[in-house]
Design a binder for this molecule. Structure first.
Ligand SMILES: OC[C@H]1O[C@H](O[C@H]2O[C@H](CO)[C@@H](O)[C@H](O)[C@H]2O)[C@H](O)[C@@H](O)[C@@H]1O
Length: 601
């Protein structure tokens, strides 16, 4: 399957394999397609989960491992296979990344709870305290005196300068978009310093690599994840107490955000990825990964998906172009964070082998980017206004009038970019009759028709509702609550499509619950008579009660839930076993409880 053959590349990969391997030499083994195929597609199948292998460590220099691998027969005996694995690989070194107790962690109740007057408050106290304690289980730090050259030669982990939080379960590294909800939860637990540091790790990745990878593993270096760094900066900005602290934060963050948005755009702009499409002139982005290989952490799974494509269409068995195309779409689906979903299947069968993620213009991605561009315009203007008044930076350095002008110009530039994207979202992704957003299939030149909670995100971003009246707002609320089929006893489903994938019905994902609640809360501020406030509370309450009951009965938090039950039943589906922990679940629960504490009393 997938013999190497030249396939023309899409523009600007986030990182070329050659650069990856020179920065992190262990990648030359753990991302080596033939070696991965040898290990993962072997009849001896030692790893139930493909990710287990790529999270191991080398026992010796990558060159030696590759040299020994080159000497092995392609059909080794079980002994040869076993010997090679034992000689070259070992369990990850526990000295490199250690459990960590965050310095701002205390055993006291978060302040928002201690101020509450509620009947049965002990219920809330116990729940909240248990979640807060779990940050200690999810916090990790690199032991810096152990980060030697040896580690980049043997481990797939990318070192981070600050303590970080893992999602949990099989996810023992930091993830890009998970970090937003983890930071929100930390803020509510009065752990703002930890939240800032978690986000500073993402800054570090931008400063050293040029972008935020999917996670801090070398095998994630060819892709990013939903670009929520600007949103994360905004969340911290709002949590900071004084103007000076806020300005200092923006001064630190803005150059990083500029760089991240520019590199994201270079690799994902529709005009570059699909210059031939009739909507290429629109300011829109797609998830896009330049790769010729299966994902190392899901090698077996991607290989099986290509085999399934061939089984369904045997003439593709020698069509390496189509095989590589599918691998790229699968990687792009992983980049979307919605790995996987009928959103990426376009109108074909509900089957992973039909994934066309890069051919779909996502409603959520473009809403996130619109909001990032608008927030960047506001951030630059905030700095310009501050400098006009104070004539100095937060640390007392004089600011010239040229510097102030530069911030005003940048603010205008981002405003213009946001306005163009807004126009594109309204014309391509927004259905004004249905008052709902849809993804767009560039090949079929029409919307995909897949109804998902991502369809509300243009309203979350504030780019389609300028001219709304209260009637529009009411209709939108009615659509979500009564018509979409997305709201169930345990919260909102990600899509209304039933498939074998985890980002489909009936799964309810914590970050999407937060997006839904925040969208409705924003609408309620503009249209208090629209019932949006009550709807936001209803969605939050259903999710919170379900997660609470799940915790009561199993003492765990799941990565995702089954929206059909109010009992905290875990969600299923997808390519790995359901996981517990779980960073963004804990973060979302805390964030929502701050506004809806009475839901559990
Ligand atoms: O190993 C398979 C995939 O696992 C990750 O995706 C899922 O977990 C992430 C961490 O919680 C989450 O950010 C993502 O939305 C989930 O679908 C990983 O991000 C994928 O890239 C990876 O292929």
């Amino acid at each position: 399957m997938c013999e190497k053959r030249h396939v023309s590349s899409s523009p600007s990969p986030l990182m070329l394999p050659s650069r990856r391997d020179s920065l992190f030499p262990a990648a030359s083994v753990f991302c080596h397609p033939q070696l991965l195929s040898f290990v993962q597609n072997s009849p001896y199948r030692p790893f139930t989960d493909s990710k287990t292998f790529v999270d191991m460590q080398l026992t010796t220099h990558p060159h030696e491992v590759l040299a020994r691998f080159a000497e092995l027969p392609s059909q080794p005996t079980p002994e040869q296979y076993d010997q090679f694995l034992r000689w070259a690989f070992k369990q990850p070194d526990t000295q490199l990344v250690q459990h960590h107790t965050p310095l701002d962690y205390t055993d006291s109740l978060p302040s928002f709870v201690s101020q509450l007057q509620l009947p049965n408050r002990y219920v809330l106290d116990e729940f909240v305290m248990d979640i807060k304690k779990r940050w200690r289980m999810l916090a990790r730090s690199f032991s810096h005196h152990n980060i030697t050259e040896q580690h980049s030669l043997t481990s797939t982990l990318i070192p981070l300068p600050h303590p970080f939080f893992i999602p949990g379960g099989r996810f023992q590294e930091c993830y890009y978009w998970d970090t937003l909800w983890i930071a929100k939860g930390l803020i509510v637990c009065d752990m703002l310093q930890s939240a800032k540091d978690a986000i500073r790790n993402l800054f570090h990745l931008v400063n050293t690599l040029g972008f935020v990878p999917n996670g801090n593993r070398v095998y994630y270096l060819n892709r990013s994840q939903p670009p929520v760094l600007t949103e994360a900066v905004l969340v911290i900005f709002r949590a900071l107490g004084s103007t000076d602290e806020r300005i200092e934060w923006l001064e630190e963050a803005l150059p990083v955000l500029e760089r991240e948005l520019a590199s994201f755009e270079a690799a994902h702009a529709l005009s570059r990825v699909h210059p031939e499409t009739s909507i290429a002139h629109q300011r829109l982005d797609v998830y896009n990964v330049v790769t010729d290989h299966a994902r190392p952490e899901s090698f077996k799974e991607d290989t099986a998906t290509v085999d399934e494509m061939i089984a369904r269409a045997p003439h593709l068995s020698t069509d390496y172009h189509s095989q590589i195309d599918l691998l790229r779409h699968l990687a792009a689906g992983a980049e979307s964070g919605w790995d996987y979903s009928s959103r990426w299947f376009c109108n074909s069968d509900e089957c992973l082998a039909e994934t066309q993620a890069t051919n779909v213009v996502p409603c959520c991605l473009n809403s996130i980017l619109y909001k990032a561009e608008s927030d960047m315009a506001a951030f630059h203007m905030t700095l310009a206004e501050y400098y006009k008044l104070s004539s100095q930076t937060s640390s007392g350095h004089p600011v010239t009038s040229d510097a102030i002008r530069m911030h005003i110009d940048k603010s205008k530039l981002y405003e213009t970019r946001a306005a163009k994207r807004k126009h594109a979202i309204i014309s391509v992704l927004w259905d004004s009759d249905q008052l709902f957003g849809f993804d767009y299939d560039v090949k079929e030149a029409r919307n995909t028709g897949v109804l998902s909670i991502a369809g509300i995100m243009p309203v979350w971003a504030g780019c389609v509702d300028d001219s709304w009246t209260v009637e529009h707002a009411k209709q939108f609320v009615h659509k979500i609550m009564n018509v979409s089929g997305l709201l169930h006893d345990g919260g909102v489903a990600c899509t209304s499509t039933v498939s074998k994938e985890q980002w489909d019905f009936p799964n309810c994902w914590p970050p999407l619950v937060d997006f839904a609640v925040e969208t409705l809360r924003k609408l309620a501020v503009r249209f208090p008579e629209s019932d949006a406030d009550r709807a936001a509370e209803e969605i939050a309450a259903r999710f919170l009660r379900s997660a609470y009951r799940g915790w009561q009965s199993e003492n765990v938090f799941h990565e995702k839930y089954d929206c059909r039950y109010e009992t905290g039943k875990r969600g299923e589906g997808g390519e790995y076993r359901p996981q517990t922990g779980f960073g963004w679940t804990n973060g979302t629960i805390m964030w929502l409880l701050k506004d809806y504490p009475h839901c559990l009393s």
